[in-house]
Design a binder for this molecule. Sequence first.
Ligand SMILES: Nc1nc2c(ncn2[C@@H]2O[C@H](COP(=O)(O)OP(=O)(O)OP(=O)(O)O)[C@@H](O)[C@H]2O)c(=O)[nH]1
Ligand SMILES: [Zn+2]
Length: 329
Amino acid sequence: MEQVARVMAVQKNSFILADGNMEFMATLSGRFMNEVQSSSAIPAVGDWVVANKLIDEKKAIITDLLPRKSQFTRQAAGNKTQAQVVAANMDIVFIVSSLNHDMNVRRIERYILAAYESGAMPVVLLTKSDLVSQEEIDATRSELEEVVIGIPVIAISCATSSGLDQLAPYLRPGKTAVLLGSSGVGKSTLINALMEEEVQITALIRDADSRGRHTTTHRELFLLPNGALLMDTPGMRELQLWEGDSAIDATFQDIEALAGGCRFRDCQHQHEPGCSVREAIDSGELSEERLQSYFKLQRELAFEKRKQDQQARIAEKNKWKKITKMHRR
Ligand SMILES: Nc1nc2c(ncn2[C@@H]2O[C@H](COP(=O)(O)OP(=O)(O)OP(=O)(O)O)[C@@H](O)[C@H]2O)c(=O)[nH]1
Ligand SMILES: [Zn+2]
């Protein structure tokens, strides 16, 4: 029986799928065998897939991958230019940072860029508000001001439940949110707090040797009591930039807007006369650090793009080699 199901977790070649309240194990059909294990054509957590469940079989077979509306990719290990998807179909990206440690504004800026790049909406969560004073929260907020243009910033505490109610607009039934943040900022604690109690899913997951044992398997996509989904994938911790000129525009709206006022259209904002960006730096409206991270990201993206272009050229060359060979035969 063919059905559409959501990937809840991935473990090597084994997938945990959910269809409504029913969970089951699945493996990939032969159709995926030509794909490199690390390519974006392989299903990831959050993906919608078509699975074939045979009545007598313990496992389902994944026969197709449905198009993604958003995705987080990282560069696959060993292959510098191939993108591997680590999370798919998220609506919201929670960028999580804890209030009791020095905040890295530049890192949050990068997370925001990655979120826009993925196609999802970023929301910044400042955790452990119970450990700091209101003044400290306000100070952190103003430190962030420059990088969170148009992005909600919510202070929460899982110890006191303070602020958790403000997450409601982003955790709606059927919507998927993903947690992005360094180790120890409180991601697992937040999931536990939102789960309230263990959600009872009719889970019948059996080992390959199946003696009908119920085994608890780790989840990466959690179904909250209200029907929203929350994702916490290990792959999200190794994120790198992939592509995204438009993401840069969205993240650095302030600089892009200033650049519109530069005298020269191709102004590099270095020493050109009539440069609005430099003027904003001089007046203190824009910080030098923010401009430098804008330059840095642009350089990285340019580098990434050159690498991909080169890869594409090689692929094109190989394709023509093959075609010529076929013609000779
Ligand atoms: N006081 C306080 N402590 C918290 C809060 N949230 C989390 N913690 C503590 O912070 C520590 C780290 O929390 P985790 O939830 O494990 O952090 P994580 O982001 O999941 O970390 P990794 O799994 O390593 O990525 C734990 O000791 C938590 O008890 C909070 O709101 N207030
Ligand atoms: Zn300029």
